[in-house]
Each structure stands twice: as C-alpha cells, then as structure tokens.
Design a protein around this ligand. Sequence first.
Ligand code: OFO
Length: 170
Amino acid sequence: MLSKKIVELLNNQVNLEWYSAYFYLDIHGFYMDKNLDGFGNWFYVQTQEERDHAMLFLKYLLNNSERPVLKDIKASTKTFNDFREPAEAAFKHEQKITASINNIYAVAYEEKDFRTMQFLDWFIKEQGEEEKSTEDIIKKYDLFGSDPKGLYLLDTELATRVYTPVTLVI
Ligand code: OFO
C-alpha cells in the first residue's frame, strides 16, 4: 500500500508530465510557425513521450489500487524572442522535472517504499537522457545556429527524430 504522501506526489507528477506535454506542444507550435519543421518535429515527439510518462504514473497509481486525481493542466505563458530560447526553456524545465522525481524517490527511500523506488528507477535514468537531449540542442544551436546553412542542417537533423512508444512494464 502506498502512503498518502507518495500518492499525493505521484498525482502531482501525473499533472507535471501532462504539463510537460502541453509545454512542448506549445514549443512545437512556435517552431512550426517559423517554418523550422525539424525543431517542430523534435518537440512533437517530445510531447508524445511526455504523454507516455504521464500515463505510466497514472497506471502505477491504478496498479496500487489508487484512483488518480486529475488536475487542471496549465497553459504555457512563455514567449520566445529567438530560436534558442525554447530549447533553453526545455532544458530548464527538464531540470525541474528531475528535481521533482528525485524528491519522490527521496520520500520513497525514507519510507522504505521499495516498490515505488523500483518504479522510479526508469525515470531517474530517463531524466538523465531528457536533460542531455535538450542541452544538446542548445549546444548545437550555439555552434551552428547563427549560420543559415547550419540552422538548416540542424533542422534537418532534428526532423529525423521518430516517436517510439515507451514499453516499460510496471
Ligand atoms: Fe517526462 O520527462 Fe520530460 O518532462
């Protein structure tokens, strides 16, 4: 049985993951509107992954006989002045998500909730990848983004990202 505190944190994480999906959908729209379809594609795939993350937290609650409590999903209020800012916002956002997951892990550890710790292991690793992949876009943009041909090639590279459904067994 999960503690009240863990249930509350997991419900909050469901909402955060949906917010991530919504946030990246907004960034997708920003880039598509600027005809950077590769950047747009990358963030659309990211949106799909975030939806999968939300559903995994939701399923974990259900598997533990807890009815998920769905909350309102905030709309992003961010505005962007150049092509770099959305990637930077995404990197910062992922750092916040990492902190949130680490916090759930720390509470589970305190409570000796080994099941939740094991469930979260995948997310701990995933957050390392999430931070790296968003930071990589910033680094590549800094290297090539100011040159139109470089920007075009980077956009072409980001267009190749393909959505693969998360197949975590929980
Ligand atoms: Fe769900 O990893 Fe990003 O936010």
